[in-house]
Design a protein around this ligand. Structure first.
Ligand code: HEM
Length: 199
């Protein structure tokens, strides 16, 4: 599955549209003021929790804060170019290398979204707060989906390359193993020939 298909699935299913970019751009003069607070809250939490603190090297925090602010800036300016989405896919690969698991990333996506909602409710009348938060939520959900799938697919690709097998063969072998694991778990799916479904 390529990034275009993943992006399309995420956009259709979350309901993300160009309109979200417009809503975010219109309010960026307000939401851009929250960048520093977001970066502090984000890294205060990551550095106070031992498993995530261990990800970082000595003296790395300022650089990480700067790239988070840059990312946030791109989102709130509705800067959703093909390059932006491609970069989120690559973040999955970067996170594999730096041992940043998807639960770490998804947990922090949730935190950022909760903080953004809180700030929106303080800054805007209720209807506008819902619209701005909705746009941010959909955009960052698409981002989280791309990072997660980029992580998974790049991991699989690396395994294929290391093992030197063709993708179809790997999928057949994995299907056989998944069947065994479902049996072990005592699970029977509603259809018997599920391996025929699209992957
Ligand atoms: C909201 C969730 C997250 C987003 C949107 C995100 C986004 C990004 C982006 C855009 C980069 C590339 C930065 C660059 O330009 O160099 C990156 C790299 C990185 N992220 Fe994340 N990240 C998230 C969560 C996390 C978490 C939870 C951790 C740690 C527990 C983490 C640790 C890192 C590290 C260590 C790098 C690599 C920096 C490097 O070596 O160049 N990220 N992330």
């Amino acid at each position: 599955m390529n990034i275009e298909k993943v992006l399309q699935d995420l956009m259709v299913l979350t309901g993300f549209s160009e309109e979200d970019g417009r809503v975010l751009r219109e309010t960026a003069h307000v939401t851009s003021q929250w960048a520093e607070e977001f970066a502090q809250a984000f890294y205060d939490l990551l550095f106070s929790y031992e498993p995530t603190a261990r990800v970082f090297q000595e003296g790395e925090r300022p650089a990480r804060e700067a790239s988070l602010k840059e990312w946030y800036d791109g989102v709130i300016h509705g800067n959703f170019t093909p390059e932006f989405w491609q970069q989120q896919w690559v973040v999955g690969l970067i996170h594999i290398a730096r041992r940043v698991t998807n639960p770490y990333m998804l947990g922090m996506t949730s935190r950022v979204q909760q903080l953004f909602l809180h700030k929106c409710l303080e800054a805007f009348p209720p209807q506008q707060a819902e619209a701005v938060y909705g746009a941010f939520k959909r955009a960052t959900d698409v981002v989280a989906g791309l990072v997660t799938e980029g992580y998974f697919q790049n991991y699989m690709l690396a395994m294929e390359r290391v093992a030197g097998f063709r993708k179809k063969l790997i999928i057949r072998m994995l299907d056989m193993e998944i069947k065994r694991m479902l049996d072990e778990a005592g699970v029977q799916l509603s259809i018997s020939d599920w391996t025929a479904s699209d992957t």
